[in-house]
Design a protein around this ligand. Structure first.
Ligand code: FES
Length: 92
């Protein structure tokens, strides 16, 4: 059983399964669930090697480095730690 962690929450995911339901239960938000909207974008803090390779939809979105779409990834095994992708907003 693999594990996804965000902040202090964690969820089990069967080895090889899509990480989506586990990610949802630890507080990742979803929109289209089809790799189009970017709502489920996270930064992987630990365990990038435990996720499936970036797929075509993630590549099309131009994700960089440790950014992943949680609706597109499978977890191979082990633990993956993520945080929500934050954009910087300046209020004037
Ligand atoms: S939920 Fe839309 S890209 Fe993942």
């Amino acid at each position: 059983m693999a594990k996804i962690i965000k902040d202090s929450k964690e969820a089990g995911v069967k080895d090889g399964d899509f990480v989506k339901e586990g990610a949802r239960s630890v507080g990742v938000y979803f929109g289209c669930e089809d790799g189009l909207c970017g709502t489920c974008l996270v930064e992987v803090i630990e365990g990038m090697e435990n996720l499936s390779e970036k797929n075509e939809k993630e590549a099309d979105m131009g994700l960089e480095g440790n950014q992943r779409l949680m609706c597109q990834c499978r977890i191979k095994h082990g633990t993956v730690k993520v945080k929500l992708f934050e954009t910087v907003t300046t209020i004037h």
